[in-house]
Write a protein that binds this ligand. Structure first.
Ligand code: ARG
Length: 459
């Protein structure tokens, strides 16, 4: 047991209490952020004349050697320390002696941990954004190559109207594009430095908080020290953004699982991203997509957990807040694993273009266009709807598509039909005419893609 606060105690902490209280088991992943924060703090103390230049130099080189040794595997972070802050400070004192004892001047673990966690989350927000960008690049490449790959668009999981694969992928593009904007909002809002808030009420030392903030790449220092040590909003927002990303990945996974099924056969997941069955030799299962869908639950769990932890905490710091870490780390790890796996899966997945197109035709997705054909030739919409409905019924009996009916059959249903009906209900025409902004028609899609390309090249 190594702790920073034995002075006013007359008894040793009970071992079970010590273990229950300790956070080193999981906050050890913050060692880099903890050292980075301490470096900035000490430089600021030096600039303000609170520590001498020699003390600052000694502390900085001590901190650097700890960082090197941890990263080189020479200094294991063991449970002998209560938390990562105690670990770094104890090792510093061991290495440089008395100067090390001055590191914590004008600082509390409360503002220290608030800083460490913020530094960590700030990096992860950036990393998540990069992974989303990789996914968007992949999606955009699929879109660009499939502007006239026709497929059914669904509502109620019933074939509705013809679209293209580019358009369908474009819907997911929009979701992940919004996710990126959520992350940049969070980054901007969270990018203020809590260090220098002390335990809760600031400090009497003449700290230059703006200087520390600048050293750590923050836009500025926070304005209320009590809020600074007890704010975890940014983490809640990040977990909400991660939950939304997982919700999107999960919907996408669900479609891929359906599309990969024997019944759909719209796609074939690459062997490298599928798994077999231990008993059924014919099986090739979409486990990756299923796991991504499944893991969505634990990310939501982290969000619910933190919201619940925070809801009853009075100002300012309370130990409950140590619970902000484990599930958040798990959620972050989960998303950072799912995103690249998912990108790899769709990059290697084969789309069965002809199956998709056949499915669009057989599913009467051009029925609306057939009704519009009549409307454009003076038939009231309600009558047109009825005429096409009867033709669909005929097709179902014959097991064919609207495109396969003969001219006589069309004429029998309505004299208004002419030979140009076939052209009017072809996939090319049905999709090609849909040119409203955001629609699947070629020019409309090209315009969207142009905007996406430009955006991706910008950042
Ligand atoms: N391990 C603590 C946490 O994660 C660090 C802050 C401890 N502060 C305190 N006053 N006990 O929140």
């Amino acid at each position: 047991m190594a702790q920073l606060w034995g002075g006013r105690f007359t008894k040793e902490t009970d071992q079970m209490v010590y273990d229950f209280n300790a956070s080193i088991g999981f906050d050890k992943r913050l060692y880099r952020q903890d050292i980075e924060g301490s470096r900035a703090h000490v430089k600021m103390l030096g600039k303000q004349g609170i520590l001498t230049q020699e003390e600052v130099e000694a502390i900085l080189s001590g901190l650097d050697s700890i960082l090197e040794d941890v990263e080189g595997g020479r200094l294991p972070i063991t449970n002998q320390y209560e938390d990562i802050h105690s670990f770094v400070e104890a090792n510093l004192i061991e290495r440089i002696g008395d100067a090390g004892k001055k590191l914590h001047t004008g600082r509390s673990r409360n503002d220290q941990v608030a800083l460490d966690m913020k530094l960590y989350v700030r990096e992860e927000v950036k990393r998540t954004d990069g992974l989303l960008k990789d996914l968007l690049q992949e999606l955009l490449a699929i879109m660009e190559g499939n502007l006239s790959t026709y497929m059914p668009g669904f509502t109620h999981l019933q074939k509705a109207q013809p679209i293209t694969l580019a358009h369908h992928m474009g819907a997911y593009y929009e979701m992940f594009r919004r996710d990126r904007t959520r992350l940049s909002d969070i980054y901007r809002r969270m990018n203020v430095c809590p260090l220098g808030s002390g335990a809760l009420a600031g400090t009497t030392y003449p700290l230059d908080r703006e200087y520390t903030a600048e050293l750590l790449g923050f836009a500025g220092a926070t304005l209320n020290s009590m809020d600074s040590v007890s704010d975890r909003d940014y983490l809640i927002e990040y977990l909400a953004a991660l939950s939304t990303i997982m919700m999107h990945l999960s919907r996408f996974s669900e479609e891929i699982i359906l599309w990969n099924s024997n019944e759909y056969r719209f796609v074939e997941i690459d062997d490298a991203y599928s798994t077999g069955s231990s008993i059924m030799p014919q099986k090739k299962n979409p486990d990756i997509a299923e796991l991504v869908r499944g893991k969505t639950g634990r990310v939501y769990g982290a969000l619910m957990s933190l919201l619940t932890t925070m809801k009853g905490i009075p100002l300012a710091y309370n130990k409950d807040m140590q619970e902000d870490k484990e599930m958040a780390f798990d959620a972050i790890d989960t998303v950072q694993t799912c995103l690249p796996l998912f990108t790899g899966m769709i990059a290697t997945m084969k789309f069965q273009n002809s199956v998709m197109e056949e499915s669009a035709k057989k599913g009467f997705t051009n029925a609306t266009d057939a009704a519009d054909y009549l409307v454009n030739r003076g038939v009231p919409f309600r009558d047109a709807h009825g005429i096409i409905g009867r033709l669909v019924l005929l097709c179902i009996e014959k097991g064919c598509a609207l495109d396969d009916l003969s001219m006589e059959e069309y004429k029998e249903a309505s004299q208004v039909f002419e030979k140009d009906i076939y052209e009017a209900i072809s996939m090319e025409t049905c999709v090609g005419k849909r040119l409203t902004k955001g629609a699947p028609g070629m020019e409309a899609m090209q315009e969207a893609i142009r905007i996406y390309r430009e955006e991706l090249e910008r950042d």
